[in-house]
Design a binder for this molecule. Structure first.
Ligand code: HEM
Length: 403
């Protein structure tokens, strides 16, 4: 897996880099060392300047302050986004108020709890199919990759069906997402060039939906209006890209981290198998402890943030996963307690951009765990885990031995 163009981190407090390959495997230790060492906001000169608040209160303050911090850029890169506010390249996540609310409202109906609940049978069938594909298992011997053979296929399949894209193109979608989220420390030209295949792919798919409308999200986006006008082609395209990107690596990572925890913690696995009613609190706890998503903002105007002299156009990382390990917010935050009752985590973000797909993400995560442990009530880690690089944190290679 590629590392940062800037080379190894010399000091996490002053040279922070989330794209350093050592970051994701060790992130919780890095956050607590920084905060306990008196550094609640880390800094880096990398990426043209980047700040990293690490406590729940500080992350929340930035997320709620849409005046000093803009969502024009939410994925840290060496360049700066070209698309102008308030729409941005992928509405509503890259939009600021007041347009943000307009763009977000359009997406509420297809992601409403009732509509999402209707996907349950499909998702269960999908998970069972993936487990069937793993073939015959010899307990104590067979090793399967819970990330490669299972977790990575679930969200991509669901979102492709929702959007109305061919599910057999799933490899292509994962490649696109990789480009958007992980190919970040390259030149602006190289990044734009890397985006071209996605752009060309979507042109064909959107045209196909214009000629042949159907009951899916792309046709929905082509049909909705703002103030009596259809969405601009850039808006339709940007939202499709957002839904592909927002829905795939995130949920794949959450499923992978949850199964990684269970492979590592036989007592939690045995308890969840024996007490299936714990699944809802377990899902919330996995989301808290292994929150996969760190978003970013750009500093909109020079401001003093608790003594940090932030300059316009610098990045601010929003590590919601670090906020979820804040001892001021959670009792024993590094303990994973699958029946934790009080659990106001921020895995889905804080403020106006709070995840629109949380109902879907929770449903996928719950079913993916239920079906995996239903088929394999005992499994353990069987080799090295490989973690993703960058703002989305989760296992990409996860060998487990079925026992
Ligand atoms: C476990 C899985 C997921 C996690 C942890 C997650 C997390 C997040 C977070 C932290 C944000 C806030 C971004 C910000 O403040 O800048 C967000 C926004 C968003 N997410 Fe998710 N997400 C997940 C799955 C999904 C899925 C499955 C979808 C839909 C297919 C989705 C769609 C969105 C959208 C559309 C937004 C933008 C909302 C807005 O800007 O108003 N997410 N997500």
């Amino acid at each position: 897996m590629s590392g940062s163009i800037y080379g190894p981190v010399t000091d996490w407090a002053t040279d922070f880099d989330h794209a350093e390959p050592a970051y994701n495997p060790n992130a919780p230790e890095i956050w607590s060392e920084l905060v306990e060492g008196g550094c609640p906001v880390a800094h880096s000169d990398r990426y043209g300047g980047m700040w990293v608040p690490l406590t729940h209160e500080l992350v929340k303050e930035v997320a709620y302050d849409t005046t000093n911090f803009t969502s024009r850029g939410v994925v840290v890169s060496t360049g700066r986004p070209i698309a102008e506010p308030p729409v941005g390249p992928a509405p509503p996540i890259t939009s600021d108020p007041p347009f943000h609310q307009v763009a977000r409202r359009l997406l509420l109906p297809p992601f409403a709890p009732k509509i999402i609940a209707g996907w349950e049978d499909e998702i269960r069938k999908l998970c069972l199919g993936l487990l069937d594909k793993m073939g015959d298992v010899t307990p104590g011997e067979t090793v399967v990759d819970a990330a490669v053979q299972y977790a990575q296929h679930i969200p991509v399949n669901v979102i492709a069906r929702m959007l109305g894209l061919p599910i057999e193109d799933d490899d292509l979608f994962r490649g696109f997402v990789h480009t958007v989220l992980e190919k970040v420390n390259v030149s602006v030209e190289e990044r734009l060039e890397a985006m071209r295949p996605l752009d060309e792919y979507l042109t064909v798919q959107i045209q196909d939906h214009i000629e042949d409308p159907r009951d899916d999200l792309i046709s929905y986006l082509l049909g909705v209006e703002i103030g009596g006008n259809p969405l601009t082609p850039e808006h339709v395209r940007g939202t499709i890209v957002l839904l592909l990107v927002a829905g795939i690596d995130t949920t794949w990572s959450a499923i992978g981290s949850s199964l990684w925890h269970l492979a590592n913690t036989p007592e939690d696995l045995a308890r969840l198998v024996a007490e299936p009613a714990l699944i809802d609190t377990a899902v919330e706890e996995f989301l808290r402890a292994y929150a996969p998503v760190t978003m970013a903002r750009l500093v909109a105007q020079d401001n003093d943030f608790h003594g940090c002299p932030m300059k316009a156009n610098e990045w601010v990382l929003l590590p919601f996963p670090a906020a979820n390990r804040d001892p001021e917010m959670f009792e024993n935050p590094d303990d994973v307690v699958i029946d934790r009752i009080e659990n106001r985590h921020s895995a889905f973000g804080l403020g106006i951009h709070r995840c629109l797909g949380s109902n879907l993400a929770r449903l996928e995560l719950k079913i993916a765990i239920e079906e995996f442990i239903g088929r394999y009530p005992r499994f353990e880690l069987a080799g090295d885990v490989q973690w993703s690089v960058g703002q989305i944190r989760g296992p990409r290679v996860l060998p487990v031995r079925i026992s």
